[in-house]
Design a protein around this ligand. Structure first.
Ligand code: GLA
Length: 385
């Protein structure tokens, strides 16, 4: 019998880009995210001090100390509320853990729409699961991480957490958020690449507006259910839009139209990749942006400026806002050789218009959450990747 128990683990979980399919996940629609090489790394050690815990944020040089018996949800500052949310949720599931000492740091710019919070939560939970051998399935960790965001006040869908746990290097994910079935497929971008342009805008409004969008979708679903037999907006087709128009207010119709057409775009982008038609992928990204801007109204003037500038440049095949909206990053599909000259021109004009900088962020498609190292109580060390 193996009597060794884990003493220490180091894990990491990534942020994500989303190629197409925004504001569709919480309507059980389709999304096409990919995990990226920017992430949050957690090192966790079992404490020899009963139920006492400490968590140190390397990047902010702040420490949070608490007794695990006293943790409540979730009125702390900044990152500490995510720690509370995960621990409270584990407790609610009847999972007992003992004290630990943790430290973490991240490479994802906060508030940039590439899921720094999902990466933090996923990494922390993944680390606890490894350290205490909790035997949680991936899907349990995904749902628990999503619920942690709900506890903090963002009624988010499942996309960010799903891809943070399940992403794979060089592969995009096509996820059906209703059934949770997914496909990971190779994307060949040839002489192009994905590039992020961070608007460096992070609106306070984002969380409350996000929840309002979700409420509107739920209210609209109830109305549509009187006319069409569906369980979620994700089941609707573009051909249903004429019927829907009659049962919704013009305002609700705009929102639902986005969800239905964006879902369709996810499938069209999948086909375009299959046919190696990157021009078509780019066009669909631009269309997605227009809809997020005009129908869903979650863009902002800075991101629109970036996307408009892209349209005038032949080196960019497509661009769009990404994630929840109201700032953060735009995702571009751009010719590799033109990145430098394009970025210089854009940054100059952007500064001229807004009097602050935007920044470019080169990313690669990376793996989902994993354990990096682990050591046992008898100083036996294994390196798992
Ligand atoms: C945020 C949420 C996701 C998703 C996107 C929009 O990133 O966390 O669940 O809804 O916005 O697509």
């Amino acid at each position: 019998m193996n009597t060794f128990t884990k003493q220490s683990v180091t894990v990491r979980a990534p942020g994500r880009i989303n190629i197409i399919g925004d504001h569709t996940d919480y309507s059980n629609g389709f999304v096409m995210p990919a995990a990226i090489n920017l992430d949050t790394t957690f090192k966790l050690d079992k404490s020899h001090n009963g139920t006492f815990c400490s968590v140190y944020s390397v990047d902010t040089n702040t420490t949070y100390e608490f007794d695990i018996k006293d943790v409540k949800c979730c009125n702390k500052d900044s990152w500490q509320k995510y720690i509370d949310a995960v621990l409270v949720l584990l407790k609610e599931k009847g999972i007992e853990i003992l004290g630990f000492n943790a430290s973490f740091s991240g490479t994802i710019p906060i508030g940039s729409g590439i899921s720094s919070s999902a990466s933090l939560v996923s990494s922390f939970l993944y680390g606890l699961n490894c350290l205490f051998d909790l035997d949680l399935e991936l899907i349990d960790m995904i749902q628990l991480s999503q619920k942690a965001e709900h506890y903090i006040g963002v009624n988010c869908g499942i996309m960010d957490q799903f891809v943070s746990f399940n992403g794979q290097r060089d592969k995009a994910m096509l996820l059906n958020c209703g059934t949770k079935e997914y496909e990971l497929f190779n994307i060949d971008l040839k002489d192009h690449t994905f590039l992020l342009i961070n608007s460096n805008v992070s609106h306070e409004l984002a969380n409350s507006e996000y929840n309002i969008r979700r409420d509107t979708c739920e209210r609209s679903l109830h109305k549509i259910q009187n006319a069409i037999n569906i369980e979620s907006l994700g089941e609707l087709n573009v051909s249903d839009l004429t019927i829907i128009k009659n049962v919704l207010t013009p305002f609700e119709y705009k929102r639902v139209k986005h969800v239905v057409e964006e879902n369709n775009r996810v499938h069209l982008v999948r086909k375009a990749f299959e046919n190696s038609n990157l021009t078509n992928v780019g066009q669909l990204m631009y269309e997605g942006h227009e809809s997020l801007k005009n129908n869903y109204e979650v863009s902002c003037k800075e991101i629109d400026f970036i996307v408009d500038f892209c349209r005038e440049n032949d080196s960019v095949l497509g661009a769009r806002m990404m994630g929840g909206g109201f700032g953060g990053c735009a995702l571009l599909l751009i010719s590799k050789k033109d990145i430098t000259s394009f970025s210089i021109k854009l940054k100059k004009l952007y500064f001229k218009n807004f009097s602050f900088q935007c920044s470019s962020l080169q990313i690669a498609i990376g793996d989902g959450a994993k354990e990096l190292t682990c050591s046992y109580d008898h100083n036996l060390t294994s390196v798992s990747s």
